[in-house]
Design a protein around this ligand. Structure first.
Ligand code: ZN
Ligand code: ZN
Length: 341
């Protein structure tokens, strides 16, 4: 009996619609039967993420190839161009196939440092309760978009490993900052230098996640790129801080109170007055700045006396460098700059 004709392999012809059909079929059949149908095993490294669901990337691509007119599904051998072959083609089509986990951010490292502290600075094992809790917490944080998280995103193994890396930077362990990820050592040092504030920060993040304040859509309101640097206490509290400063009702109350007391809206740090400079069109233009440090603001609502009214330039200056300047420091800067000419 003659062999059937070898099917054509034309990976470059597979398009987005073919992949979407394969995804639909995967959903319809469910994972096990889908993998069996195409003769693939379960993926361990490369998953396609679509609408928050994970799909075995190779099997999906193999199936998609068969959905393209005139082509057959690929078999395992035909997809043997390296571990990431299917991932590469799927990415080209614009699908999310994360091949590495996103780097740990400052917020996440602060939480890991605090977990280490609570464990007397001993490394957290994979199966310890604290590790499981930290892993679950990190997975809930709205820092990394779902479509860039791989299947092992902040799992207990990874969390345990990270505490090992951080602990390697503890004083007396002989590791310099160039060991592993530099940020691990930087954040650990900040943590040790400002322990009370960092403990409060970690607690506020945990509370914010538990209450939903830090995980609601609310935190999406601020584009990270809008911010110059990263606050010592991390992005989550910083974003919450800026959202609070922009609260319309607070702003309205603050302005009304200020006008009643001072009769104008001059910047409280430099004296700039939009109305005086720009005339009528400048009327009412001023920004609110919340003067209490991030780690002290807590879940309680903002008080009017914690807000000052400042011009956009001064506000920019305050948030530009870390740690944020307080209003007195900014007034000093302005006075010094004036004096020097
Ligand atoms: Zn000003
Ligand atoms: Zn501000």
């Amino acid at each position: 009996m003659a062999n059937p004709p070898a099917s054509v392999v034309a990976k470059e012809l597979v398009d987005e619609a073919d992949v979407l059909m394969a995804i639909d079929q995967f959903d319809e059949l469910t994972r096990g039967p889908f993998l069996q149908k195409y003769g693939f095993g379960e993926a361990t490294d490369y998953f396609l993420i679509h609408k928050g669901e994970y799909y075995d990337s190779k099997a999906i691509f193999a199936a998609a190839h068969g959905f393209h007119e005139g082509l057959e599904p690929l078999n395992v051998k035909q997809l043997s161009g390296g571990k990431a072959d299917a991932a590469k083609w799927l990415k080209k089509l614009g699908f999310a196939v994360p091949t590495t986990e996103p780097n740990w951010t400052r917020d996440e490292l602060i939480l890991a440092c605090d977990a280490l502290r609570l464990n007397s600075w001993k490394i957290l094992g994979t199966n310890e309760q604290q590790t499981l809790e930290l892993s679950a917490l990190l997975q809930r944080l709205p820092i990394h978009a779902l479509n860039i998280r791989g299947p092992r995103f902040r799992n207990p193994d990874g969390v345990s490993m990270k505490t090992t890396n951080i602990a390697a930077h503890l004083p007396g362990r002989g590791n310099k900052l160039d060991h592993g990820n530099r940020l691990d050592g930087v954040v650990l040092q900040d943590f040790l230098d400002n322990e009370p504030a960092m403990i409060q920060t970690a607690q506020l993040i945990r509370d914010g996640v538990a209450s939903g304040v830090l995980t609601a859509d609310y935190v999406e309101l601020i584009d990270i790129d809008e911010m110059d640097g990263e606050a010592t206490e991390g992005r989550l509290l910083e974003r919450r801080h800026i959202v609070r400063e922009r609260s319309r009702s607070l702003r309205k109350k603050k302005i009304a109170k200020h006008l009643a007391q001072h009769g104008n809206l001059a910047c409280e740090t430099c004296g700039f007055n939009f109305r005086a400079t720009y005339g009528e069109k400048g009327d009412g233009i001023i920004e609110c700045h919340h003067v209490v440090p991030l780690h002290e603001t807590g879940p309680k609502s903002t008080r009017l006396k914690d807000l000052i009214l400042i011009c956009a330039n001064c506000h920019r200056m305050i948030h530009h460098a870390q740690p944020w300047l307080n209003p007195d420091q900014l007034r000093d800067l302005i006075a010094k700059a004036k004096a020097s000419g």
